[in-house]
Design a protein. Structure first.
Length: 389
């Protein structure tokens, strides 16, 4: 069951974070802050439309939305140099955001409003993963209050995506405790967000289990959601018993051991792609650890392995019809770290997934352009000379 997601918000957050990191260069700081502010103003006008189908599809709204998306694409191009100085995950996220803005623009041009709106609602997982354990305060959207949103869930989602996690927790809880009838999808959306906040962002799985326990008897539960919640709680309990909070000074050796424990055998491509719901909890936590470590600027030779592990994790817990971070991580591994041994592992994982994705009753039928790209990546990776370091 897919949760509600918004694309453009994630990109705004990336720019906001990057802006705070250039205090040693005033000219750069001024430039990126100006770009960030422009993006923020556009997004404030887009929020209500993205969240409300009637407003999005209203007569005359399409041209205004298309102009906003076009301007956002221009602003992100201006911000591109700043992403190149961050960890590889920021670069991957930037590339996917740029592609999605372009696709949204095309959909709006052809009046395919449902597709355009779905694209603009995608991507919150990027926001959550790339800013794991980020302690910087939110600097955008402070004028957006509860009154701007239809209900507490929308306001909680807004705060979640703009990194105001304490406020998000309050309003997810308020929504879940209200007498308002909610769907299974809405219930699972709120529960998954709370799980991610406590397991991946706060690194407090024990507290997360206590929070989720409050909703065990929620009236909106179905058999599926009830079972999901039970397994998530078990996963959080297991994480808590391992005392995960002591790994603030994490090393690559520690990460390797955690990967082996959480992902298991990775010798066969695709072997870790079907975890149980309880196992997914540990992967959500591990994803946060990997992003946090990448943001500490680790040695270059360690990065391909981390991208490989992130690709496996994202594939197994966060597949989306509109984008694949897993594919992007694996391609980043192959194209930017071509000569490192893990580039071959990334290729094998990517190839295996494509074989699976394009297989059916008639056998495997990979489109010609996809096959050409695969052939190019294989030659590039397997003909590369390994680095001397």
């Amino acid at each position: 069951m897919k949760a509600l997601k918004w694309t453009l918000i994630a990109g705004v957050i990336f720019v906001a974070v990057i802006a705070t990191e250039y205090t040693d260069d005033q000219s750069k700081a001024v430039t990126i802050n100006d770009t960030m502010s422009q993006i923020g103003r556009i997004m404030e006008s887009l929020f209500p439309r993205i969240l409300n189908a009637d407003k999005f599809n209203a007569v005359g709204a399409n041209n205004e939305t298309a102009a906003s998306v076009e301007r956002l694409a221009q602003l992100f191009k201006e911000a591109e140099p700043h992403f190149s100085t961050r960890s590889p995950t920021y670069k991957v996220s930037f590339d996917v955001i740029s592609d999605q803005l372009e696709e949204a623009g095309v959909a709006l041009k052809h009046k395919n409003l449902n597709h355009a709106r779905n694209i603009l609602k995608e991507f919150v997982s990027i926001c959550a993963s790339c800013h794991t354990q980020d302690t910087k305060a939110r600097v955008l959207f402070k004028s957006m209050q509860r009154s701007h949103f239809k209900n507490d869930l929308e306001y909680a989602e807004f705060n979640y995506m703009t990194r105001n996690y304490p406020e998000a927790v309050v309003f997810y809880d308020q929504y879940l405790r209200s007498s308002t009838p909610i769907s299974e999808t809405e219930l699972l959306t709120a529960l998954k967000r709370l799980l991610t906040i406590y397991a991946q962002i706060y690194n407090q799985p024990g507290e997360g289990e206590k929070q989720l326990a409050k909703y065990s008897n929620h009236a909106a539960h179905t058999k599926f959601s009830q079972k999901s919640l039970e397994e998530w709680r078990r996963g959080l309990k297991e994480l808590d018993t391992e005392n995960v909070s002591v790994i603030n000074n994490v090393t690559f050796d520690i990460i390797e051991k955690k990967v082996q424990k959480v992902l298991g055998n990775l010798e066969e491509p695709g072997s870790a792609e079907f975890p149980t719901k309880k196992e997914k909890v540990a992967r959500v936590w591990l994803r946060g650890l990997l992003y946090h470590y990448l943001n500490t600027n680790p040695p270059k030779q360690e990065i391909p392995a981390i991208l490989y592990w992130l690709g496996i994790i994202d594939r197994s817990i966060n597949y989306s019809f509109y984008y694949s971070l897993a594919d992007s991580y694996l391609k980043e591994c192959m194209l930017r770290y071509t000569s490192y041994p893990y580039a071959k592992k990334c290729y094998q994982e990517y190839e295996q997934y494509l074989m699976f994705a394009y297989s059916g009753s008639r056998g495997t039928d990979i489109p010609q352009d996809v096959q050409q790209e695969l052939n190019y990546l294989k030659i590039k990776v397997y003909d590369a000379t390994e680095p001397s370091e």
